[in-house]
Ligand binder design. Structure first.
Ligand code: 13P
Length: 248
């Protein structure tokens, strides 16, 4: 299995931090462990960073894109603009955007379609709230989100699905491996029903060096989407190193 280790820096980092991080992580990326780093757009716009990432074998990703390719949308960045920078992926539908920018599933699907149109890998995020989990509605909630957030252009080569339970993001409260296994088995079945068998399914939410090995060893877990621990290059390197080697 090919694993995807995605670092989401959110609104953190600087040009010098990016240089140091890329140099530190370069030797950790290989054919089975594909690293994608998603820094703020200002860092993606530095050609020196793009060259360094390419030299280190690390993919660059955006954290969001607009559904339109251009237009009167002050402050936004479009998928073709990211592609022009040498970016190969973009996160869409992160729970922070769903919450703070009121993005709906259909907004997310439109962004995924725009990403595909621009030749980008769409990293489509889904996840339930604590209240939804406590109500026993986690699987139904996430299934509905997933079905409505994938675009008709989605296939298993241009899309990664990231399951990020909202209550586990930035809280240090990681989901139990048994719960992740159950959710990923369910999502794998949903994807198969949609004609998307073997869709790569990533887990995100308080992934740390100490828990990454157990999570990444689970069936139907093809990688991790990492926030806080990705802001320390050594921690992220340890997470990459915890990924099963070779055929998983
Ligand atoms: P943390 O790893 O900080 O919980 O963040 C996860 C996340 O939101 C990645 O997109």
């Amino acid at each position: 299995m090919r694993y995807f280790l995605v670092a989401n820096w959110k609104m953190n980092g600087s040009q010098s931090f990016a240089r140091d991080w890329l140099k530190r992580l370069g030797r950790h990326s290989d054919d089975n462990r594909h690293i994608i780093v998603c820094p703020p757009a200002t860092i993606l716009g530095n050609p020196e960073i793009a060259t360094l990432a390419e030299q280190q074998g690390i993919g660059l990703g955006g954290q969001d894109c607009h559904a339109a390719s251009d237009g009167a949308f002050t402050g936004w960045v479009s998928a073709p603009m990211l592609a022009e920078l040498g970016v190969s992926a973009v996160i869409v539908g992160h729970s922070e955007r769903r919450e703070f920018a009121q993005e709906s599933d259909s907004d997310v699907a439109a962004k995924a379609a725009a990403a595909h149109q621009a030749g980008l890998l769409a990293i489509v995020c889904v996840g339930e709230s604590l209240a939804q989990r406590q109500a026993g509605a986690a699987e139904a909630t996430v299934e509905a989100q997933l079905r409505a957030s994938l675009s008709t252009s989605s296939n298993t080569s241009n899309t990664l699905v990231a399951y990020e339970p909202i209550w586990a993001i930035g809280t240090g409260q990681v989901a139990q491996p048994a719960d992740v296994a159950a959710m990923h088995a369910h999502l794998a079945q949903v994807c198969a029903d949609m004609g998307l068998a073997r869709m790569p399914l990533l887990y995100g939410g308080s992934v740390k060096p100490g828990n990454a090995g157990d999570l990444l060893a689970l069936e139907h877990v093809s990688g991790a989407l990492v926030g806080g621990a990705a802001l320390q290059a050594d921690s992220f390197a340890a997470i990459v190193d915890a990924t099963p080697a070779g055929e998983g």
